[in-house]
Design a protein around this ligand. Structure first.
Ligand code: 0CM
Ligand code: SF4
Length: 323
């Protein structure tokens, strides 16, 4: 056991943390669809990558499926925040499904960039994690023009038709620092490589990384609340370690915290990924308080005020129902 007294123990909580505007919109889209049309509402893939969110929506009548062919004809299906390839829209139309597209507008922005560069016959290097749904959706916009670069290790495998007509784009939820390294290596090979017209790594991912850096250099342990399939949450653990934390762990909720992690620790940092409801962070803080870490300070690095309107299909039906 640790010899520290509770007077010397403290918790630094990063701000911003938790829900981003795209997650808030996507979760609300499913909730509003359940209210408006009634259960069941089908959702293709996890609406956001958080176990608790998915379980809560399931309890309210959402049914999560892997593909649209699991959805009964004429039923309602919501597409997740991570976006879908055009072929998925086609498959849904063939089955006469009513669709609500909860793709985050910042993911749609990357899709549009991909379509534009492909239409101008550029080769597109999409930096992202193999198998991640967002990357599959973006790559599906222009499969013949896009190749995936999964980190620095992927750079040597890249083959292009014309190194003068080359752009890189990225998944929205990557580590900013690691992506900069990958781009630097790509540019060594391809000096004429063009940058995306604006940052593809979204504001929420960037801000949560800035905020965790701020607390990590003062904390021996950083607890990141998030699910294991959440890219942006996993990146926060890596960023915390790179910023000087002795240890950092990803936990779905407080029950995953092991008492040994706290041995000898005086300052614990806490943050959460963009798909994580605040109640899970509150659970972690209560768990830490019970173990002598009751002194909690919030450290705000960046103010956030981004909000997105609900998907237009849903707004239209909500307006009609209100008449
Ligand atoms: O992309 P990632 O795995 O981080 O997804 P998430 O659902 O955890 O976070 C929000 C998003 C998007 C797109
Ligand atoms: Fe959109 Fe960024 Fe949130 Fe993903 S993490 S849903 S891209 S705001």
């Amino acid at each position: 056991m640790t010899s520290e007294t509770s007077a010397t123990r403290r918790v630094l909580v990063a701000k911003p943390r938790g829900y981003c505007a795209g997650v808030d919109r996507a979760v609300q889209a499913v909730e509003k669809a359940l209210e408006l049309y009634g259960a069941p509402i089908y959702v293709r893939k996890q609406i956001v990558h958080n176990t608790h969110v998915v379980k809560t929506l399931e309890e309210r009548g959402a049914i999560f499926v892997d593909e649209t062919d699991e959805v009964p004809e004429d039923a309602i299906v919501v597409f997740s925040a991570h976006g879908v390839a055009p072929v998925v829209h086609d498959q849904a139309a063939q089955r006469s499904l009513k669709t609500i597209d909860a793709t985050c507008p910042l993911v749609t922005k990357v899709h549009n960039e991909a379509k534009r560069f492909a239409a101008s016959d550029y080769d597109i290097l999409l930096i992202g994690h193999e198998g991640h749904e967002e990357v599959e959706g973006t790559a599906g916009e222009a499969p013949r023009h896009i190749q995936l670069v999964d980190g620095v290790e992927g750079v040597d495998r890249v083959q292009v038709r014309d190194p003068e007509r080359l752009v890189w784009l990225s998944q929205t939820t990557l580590s900013v620092d690691e992506t900069n390294e990958t781009v630097a290596r790509l540019r060594e090979r391809f000096p004429k490589l063009i940058d995306p017209p604006s940052d593809d790594i979204c504001y929420a991912t960037q801000n949560r990384q800035i905020a965790v850096k701020e607390i990590a250099h003062e904390a021996q342990l950083v607890i990141v609340v998030g699910s294991t399939n959440s890219s942006n949450s996993k990146r926060l653990v890596e960023v915390a370690m790179d910023a000087g934390a002795d240890a950092s762990y990803l936990v779905d909720n407080a029950s995953f915290i092991q008492d040994e992690w706290l041995d000898g620790v005086t300052t614990v940092g806490v943050t959460s990924g963009a798909s994580v409801p605040e109640e899970l962070v509150e659970g972690v803080l209560a768990h830490l308080a019970e173990r002598g870490f009751g002194d909690v300070q919030e450290v705000e690095s960046v103010a956030e005020s981004v909000r997105f309107a609900l998907p237009h299909e849903l707004r239209r039906d909500l307006r009609a129902a209100a008449r």
